[in-house]
Every structure is written in structure tokens, then in C-alpha cells.
Design a binder for this molecule. Structure first.
Ligand code: 3PG
Length: 206
């Protein structure tokens, strides 16, 4: 199983997906792959999420699919059983960390302060999701952490766009950013896969 660092190194942008109909999952993944995206986070915010992860994991071996919004321990096992290769959480509770460890699922835990990142590093995490990226301090905040916390890599998500992603990616401690702009919920629901592939191409080339 690839590590979180391996996954964050797959490309500059990890699309964050909110999907309402699992029938759209494989066409979505194929559109993203066509654009050069190699990893996606399907958030467990809709009833269709686990079936969508399962469909992508079964049909699209070239894309690494993770489960996002893993906010409870039981979701870790459910995500793993659906075929997720990793989990992402907006924050990091002991229960979620333990649930992912027990499920054998690599976790990208959320953090939004130096203390949270240090506590996670003490527990063996060297990559965190910085969420909500804009609201919690933006690029200036993460730039300021690179010097005191050089061993921690950050995947910011929350409010990032095609226009602002390059500013984040220019930071030494940001291997990749996450965001829903590549495949917005309404574009998926309306099956606008060509438009998604086009956005994916731009994102993968950032
Ligand atoms: C997330 O779950 O990481 C965010 O909801 C993604 O944020 P965005 O929709 O602002 O890109």
C-alpha cells in the first residue's frame, strides 16, 4: 500500500469529490485520468460515496482513490472495505487516528495549527491536511511553518482555486493541494465530464 507521502507526490492537485450518484463515479475517474490526475479523494458526505469508491477502485486501477471526511472511527473500516487506499480527515481525533490504524488505512489527518501538527508528528505523521486552508491562515501561515517544522508536509484544502493553487504549490512544504474546483459537485451531477477532463488537464500541469 502506498504511503501518504507517495500519494501526495502523485501530482500537484488532488480533486476533492462530492458525488451524489455512484453511476457517475467511473466516468468521473476516467475523465480525471484523461486529464492526468492520478489520485482523488471521494468524501464520505453523501450516501453514494462508498459505492463510488468501490466502483472506482474496481474499474480504474490507475487512479488512487481515497476516502475523505473520515470523521468517525467506523468510517475507516468501511472505506477500506470499499477499496479506499487512504483516508483523509478534516481534523484529527484519537478515535479517527486509531480507527485508521486498526483498519490498516494510511491517514492524511487534518490540522490547522502548529501545535496540532507537532502532536501529529509526535504520533508518526509527516504529512497533514491543512484545513480550512484559506480561512485558517492561507499561504502566509504555511510559509511561516516551513522553517520551524521542516519535516512536515502540508496538503492544503478549503477555498483553493485554479488561480490560487500555484501560490500554494510554490511553498517548499506543499507537495500538493486539494480542492473541489476540478470536479465540482454540480458538474459531476450533470455528467459534464469533458469540462472536468479539461480542468483536470490544467490542474495536473500546475
Ligand atoms: C475539503 O473537504 O477538503 C474541502 O471541502 C474542499 O474545499 P473546497 O470545496 O473549498 O475546494
Amino acid at each position: 500500500m502506498p504511503s501518504i507521502r507517495d500519494i501526495l507526490n502523485l501530482g500537484p492537485v488532488m480533486p476533492v469529490i462530492v458525488i451524489d450518484d455512484s453511476a457517475n463515479a467511473v466516468p468521473l475517474a476516467r475523465a480525471l485520468l484523461e486529464g492526468g490526475i492520478k489520485t482523488i479523494e471521494i468524501t464520505l458526505r453523501t450516501p453514494a460515496a462508498l459505492d463510488s469508491i468501490r466502483a472506482v477502485a474496481d474499474a480504474c486501477p490507475d487512479i488512487t482513490v481515497g476516502a475523505g471526511t473520515v470523521t468517525r472511527a467506523d468510517l475507516a473500516a468501511a472505506a477500506r472495505d470499499a477499496g479506499a487506499a487512504f483516508a483523509v480527515s478534516p481534523g484529527a481525533t484519537p478515535a479517527v487516528i486509531k480507527g485508521c490504524a486498526v483498519a490498516g488505512l494510511p491517514l492524511l489527518p487534518g490540522a490547522s495549527s502548529a501545535s496540532e501538527m507537532m502532536a501529529l508528528h509526535d504520533q508518526g505523521f509527516d504529512c497533514v491536511k491543512f484545513f480550512p486552508a484559506n480561512a485558517a491562515g492561507g499561504t502566509a501561515f504555511i510559509k511561516a511553518l516551513a522553517s520551524p517544522l521542516p519535516d512536515i508536509s502540508v496538503c492544503p484544502t478549503g477555498g483553493i482555486t485554479e488561480a490560487t493553487a500555484p501560490k500554494w504549490l510554490a511553498l517548499a512544504n506543499v507537495p500538493c493541494v486539494g480542492g473541489s474546483w476540478v470536479a465540482p459537485r454540480d458538474a459531476i451531477a450533470e455528467a459534464r465530464f469533458e469540462a472536468i477532463a479539461s480542468r483536470a488537464r490544467t490542474a495536473a500541469a500546475l
